[in-house]
Design a binder for this molecule. Structure first.
Ligand SMILES: [Zn+2]
Length: 60
């Protein structure tokens, strides 16, 4: 199988659903190698942190 993000041919791919954040119908399933999957997860986490962190940091 091929990773949809880096195009590398890998035996182990994971299905990643790209969540646009506002419309689930636009979410697009992708196949990612473990490396890209990890990167995506980290980006997701950072984004969530940013979202929740902003509301609080404005108070300070
Ligand atoms: Zn990849």
């Amino acid at each position: 199988m091929r990773c949809d993000t880096c195009g590398k041919e890998v035996t182990d791919v994971r299905r990643v659903v790209v969540d646009t954040g506002y419309d689930r119908a636009l979410a697009k399933p992708l196949y990612n190698c473990p490396e890209c999957f990890k990167k995506k997860e980290e980006t997701k986490k950072l984004r969530q942190k940013d979202k929740t962190g902003k509301a609080h940091s404005d108070d300070a």
